[in-house]
Design a protein around this ligand. Structure first.
Ligand SMILES: [Zn+2]
Length: 471
């Protein structure tokens, strides 16, 4: 099931989600009493307990002989056995909660299009490839791409013409003409190897994304300003002279500086190679929801609710690296392109003078970029996760804290029968299980001993932040 993009389909999807949510909620109370109460779990299998039980993160999916298991691909559904369920499979389970973290699956549908071994994709290089010379000469070499390490051999088919790429209109003045390939596009296919690297079958080098991929839509500019009445720091969404929206920034300077320094320290080298150099800026927004957002122009919004829920620096470094990947991979533009230019018009109703944005997700939807807050389609979220993991690993952090943060959210909302429960459980389950699988697949031999989990600077930030409202 490919998630839809484009406003109409997205609205429909949102309505369907809303409907599913309403159903889940009405069914929640009697869920354990009636047999007709169906709940759905969606995520990657992270392990197997025995013949009948598999895990999605910490949730046990139990099956009996009465459970139906089927694989689904473009040609339809094919019956499978429960024993065939394996780590890495993306599944949709329908059933009921028996207990906390214990789920009885009446039906499990496996997405067979999500192949275990053979992979393909497209990504922008987030740094200058160290062995570009060898690759260009048709030799063997290693290429860091899309959160993977590609092993290019003499047998790898390749289209690697740097001169041709440099001549592309989007290459810009600082493009590959200077021998710079960071931010260039690469399309690849390959086979996953046991050691976690990818044996490249084909790689095609392309030009960087055009400059408008790193701009806000509708000529919008994001500017830090001061509220004229109160003097507090705010972030304004300006269109010409008109202010379309405002966000309240956290006052505590030490917290802002900490977040900003951490962000700068995590920047991948690709940020300077883009056709329009991205100026990453990090803002702490007074907002109780556990969320962060990346705007196409490199503005990262970190909510106070997120900082309040974070347990250590490794978790925060991962979330920020994930958000940076959304920007560097031009995900907003990719989604806009894939809906065939169905550019969404500006729908902002206009704010009363001096009013603040109540709900950032709604505001971004009015701008036509709801996905920056609500999440992109699954492949793009997975890509940001792979790149985020690779980035924190290279910066010496313990990457296991990335799936652990999904657990924090699941546990925080897991016992509450609010709407948050289902929306967050679902998305956190899929993210947490994907991160677990990606660590198993791409770094099978790593123990993460000696990696960094927390720092005194993070602890001090938490103290300075003090208790914050979390929703
Ligand atoms: Zn994301």
């Amino acid at each position: 099931m490919r998630e839809c993009t484009g406003l109409r389909t997205r609205e429909r999807a949102a309505r369907q989600r809303g409907l599913a949510l309403a159903m889940a909620l009405t069914l929640l109370a009697p869920a354990r009493a009636t047999s007709s109460a169906k709940i759905r779990l969606h995520g990657y299998i992270t392990g197997r307990v025995d013949d009948k039980v598999v895990l999605i993160l910490d949730d046990r999916l139990e099956t009996t002989t009465a459970s139906r298991v089927a694989g689904q691909d473009s040609s339809g559904e094919h019956p499978m056995k429960a024993e065939e369920l394996a780590a890495g499979m993306l599944v949709d389970a329908e059933g009921q909660w028996l207990d906390r973290h214990k789920f009885f699956a009446e039906k499990i549908t496996v997405d067979l299009r999500d192949s275990e071994k053979k992979i393909h994709g497209t990504a922008y290089l987030q740094e200058e490839p160290a062995e570009a010379g060898k690759i260009g000469a048709g030799d063997a070499g290693r290429l860091k791409l899309d959160g993977y390490l590609l092993q290019v051999s003499a047998n790898t088919k390749r289209e690697w013409n740097v001169a041709k790429v440099a001549a592309a209109p989007s290459a810009g003045a600082a493009g590959p003409g200077q021998g710079q390939l960071a931010a260039c596009h690469v399309k690849y296919t390959g086979i996953r190897r046991r050691d976690g690297t990818v044996e490249a079958e084909q790689i095609d080098l392309g030009p960087p994304a055009p400059p408008d991929a790193y701009k806000m839509p509708h000529g919008m500019e994001v500017v830090q300003a001061k509220d004229s009445q109160t003097g507090i720091d705010i972030l304004e969404f300006r269109q010409g002279k008109k202010v379309q929206g405002r966000l309240k920034l956290l006052e505590e300077r030490s917290v802002r500086e900490y977040v900003s320094h951490l962000g700068d320290s995590l920047l991948p080298a690709g940020a300077e190679g883009t056709s329009r150099p991205i100026e990453f800026r990090f803002f702490v927004v007074e907002d109780p929801s556990i969320n962060a957002a990346a705007l196409p122009d490199g503005t990262l919004l970190i909510n106070t609710g997120l900082l309040g829920a974070m347990e250590n620096e490794s978790q925060l470094a991962f979330v920020m690296s994930h958000e940076m990947a959304h920007v560097l991979q031009a995900h907003y533009k990719r989604e806009a392109d894939e809906t065939r230019g169905a550019r969404v018009g500006l729908m902002i109703a206009g704010l009363a003078a001096g009013a603040f944005i109540g709900d950032l997700g709604t505001f971004m939807a009015e701008l036509g970029i709801a996905s920056v807050v609500n999440g992109h389609q699954r492949e793009l979220e997975n890509q940001a996760d792979r790149l985020g993991l690779q980035n924190v690993i290279e910066h010496g952090y313990d990457p296991r804290e990335a799936p652990n943060f999904s657990r924090v959210i699941i546990n925080r909302y897991g016992d509450r029968s609010t709407s948050k429960l289902w929306s967050n459980h679902d998305s956190s389950l899929i993210r947490g299980s994907f991160l677990t699988i990606q660590l198993q697949r791409a770094y099978p031999d790593s123990t993460w001993e000696g990696t960094r989990k927390n720092t005194p600077a993070f602890q001090k930030m938490k103290e300075d932040l003090g208790p914050v409202k979390i929703m």
